[in-house]
Ligand binder design. Structure first.
Ligand code: HEM
Length: 138
């Protein structure tokens, strides 16, 4: 099976789980905020429910970058917002973001294995490279 197909199947599974009320995106932010005090302090005044909704929407743009090979308007705006001009999110933080995402997939996908992990890293990598690249080029 191709990594595209492995990713699609895993994404479907993780969105179907979470019946205890804690959804995938909520768990993602628990991992992400726990990964570093430097990260959690940036979200001290953030409405996390709204943040989860926005991440869920922006996920579509990250995935579609992989499919289309180009950033859509949503991802362009997010990259500008995270760049040195605005939120000033240092490129190194995106590695924590990706590791937190993988930890969440591990929690939610009962079929998690090395191929599933690599599929997620491959699909997200174009969008993340774009975000890092735009840090000081907006
Ligand atoms: C590809 C990775 C990421 C995506 C898709 C993403 C997505 C988003 C989105 C959609 C928003 C809301 C933007 C708006 O209000 O218009 C946001 C806000 C924010 N993001 Fe990210 N983000 C990513 C990585 C990161 C990283 C690595 C950090 C590091 C700490 C970070 C910190 C923040 C902060 C501090 C806010 C503002 C929260 C607030 O409004 O109080 N993000 N992000």
């Amino acid at each position: 099976m191709s990594y595209d197909n492995i990713f699609d199947a895993s994404y479907k599974r993780v969105l179907e789980t979470g019946t205890d009320g804690t959804d995938f995106f909520e768990t993602f932010y628990q991992h992400f905020l726990d990964s570093s005090a430097l990260i959690s302090e940036q979200f001290l005044n953030t409405d996390m429910e709204k943040q989860r909704r926005m991440l869920k929407k922006s996920f579509y743009s990250l995935i579609s970058f992989y499919a289309s090979g180009a950033a859509d308007n949503v991802l362009e705006k997010i990259a500008y917002k995270h760049s040195a001009r605005e939120l000033d999110i240092k490129p190194a933080f995106y590695d924590c973001w990706m590791d937190s995402l993988v930890a969440t997939v591990h929690d939610y996908d009962p079929e998690f294995d090395n191929d599933v992990e690599l599929a997620w890293r491959l699909v997200m990598s174009l969008g993340i490279t774009y975000m890092k690249f735009k840090y000081d080029r907006c």
